[in-house]
Design a protein around this ligand. Structure first.
Ligand code: ADP
Length: 320
């Protein structure tokens, strides 16, 4: 391979920049040219390509977001002619391989290019940690830390007012942000899409704790569970305690990436280029048992996410 390209797509995630930096520097180190495609698949169909060099990726390892920008592109998803146009443009630029940094949707977009015989590698960049084949995705650790920090601040005011705070965090189908942040932030209850919840049981527990002298509690709710405001009102109704809802929203996408996300980005970016240089393509990079690994993209997309029931059970034990 003489020339490769890299893009970031879908929801942005802290640590994507570390991955872009590692892709560019590993390629340049191996005398391979690198192009950046701006705004994900949108830039791919519009030919928004820029040549990258070592200095372009200087001073970005500590920044959240993505210097290549990100976008969602429905035309690319829905129109075969757009995907064909993307492959034509990659050929015009004489690009031999493309690295896609993004989530589940971006990986599906990537497979549509492999159908044209184009070589691709995927790097998991999404705060949700909802890709089954890898233990962790880039951005997840930073998002969890953001939630834990917010919980500490909320604890102060929750305690002053002797109330119950219900915090809604991101996660439509996967409750990992709620589970990991809830456990490390000492939440009194964690509601996630993977487990049916019982508000009367939670209320009973809150009343018991209150009788013991505990006057404040935090409940973490993943957005995929349903109506957080309704949950808050129900808890108030069932316990008689004052409740307050906080929706953390997009603050969870931003911020300086944690050391862990920078390491993941650096190691995965490096592996992605190594694979392309060895003509091993149509794979996604991940991490399993603390080791960087890669696997066939279709196998990865077919794998089913294992719910971490041990962690969930632990959160119940520790919140009595
Ligand atoms: P994420 O990668 O974070 O999951 P999205 O699901 O929004 O984000 O996907 C990002 C982009 O990937 C979409 O805007 C679209 O351009 C492309 N994409 C998603 N699904 C497909 C698909 N099935 N076929 C082709 N492109 C897709």
């Amino acid at each position: 391979m003489r020339r490769i390209a890299v893009l970031t797509s879908g929801g942005d995630a802290p640590g994507m920049n570390a991955a872009v930096r590692a892709v560019v520097r590993t390629a340049v180190y191996n005398n391979v040219e690198v192009y950046g495609v701006q705004r994900g698949f949108k830039g791919l169909i519009e030919g928004d390509f820029i040549k990258l060099n070592v200095s372009f990726v200087g001073d970005i390892i500590h920044r959240g977001g993505t210097v290549l920008r990100s976008a969602r592109c429905l035309e690319f998803q829905n129109q075969e002619s757009c995907r064909k146009c993307a492959v034509d443009l990659l050929n015009v630029f004489q690009i031999d391989g493309l690295i896609v940094i993004g989530g589940d949707g971006s990986f599906r977009g990537m497979t549509s290019l492999t159908e044209y015989g184009f070589s691709t590698i995927g790097i998991p960049g999404t705060i949700d940690n909802d890709l089954a084949y890898t233990d962790f995705t880039i951005g997840f650790d930073t998002a969890v830390n953001t939630v834990v920090e917010a919980m500490s601040k909320l604890r102060d005011t929750t305690s002053s007012h002797e109330r119950i705070t219900i915090v809604e965090v991101m996660g439509r189908r996967c409750g990992d942000i709620a589970l990991y942040a809830g456990l490390s932030g000492g939440a009194e209850a964690i509601l996630i899409p993977e487990v049916q919840y019982d508000l009367s049981q939670i209320a009973e527990q809150l009343i018991k704790s209150n009788n013991r002298g505990k006057k404040q509690s935090i409940i973490v709710v993943a957005e995929g569970v349903g109506n957080t405001e309704f949950i808050s009102k129900e808890i108030n109704h069932l316990t008689g305690f004052d409740t307050m809802t906080t929706i953390l929203g997009h603050v969870q996408r931003g911020g300086n990436p944690s050391s862990r996300d920078r390491l993941l980005g650096s190691m995965m970016g490096n592996r992605a280029v190594d694979l392309l240089l060895n003509n091993i393509t149509n794979r996604v990079v991940g991490v399993k048992d603390n080791q960087i690994m890669d696997m066939d993209i279709n196998d990865a997309l077919r794998s089913k996410k294992r719910f971490n029931r041990e962690m969930y059970n632990l959160s119940k034990v520790l919140s009595i």
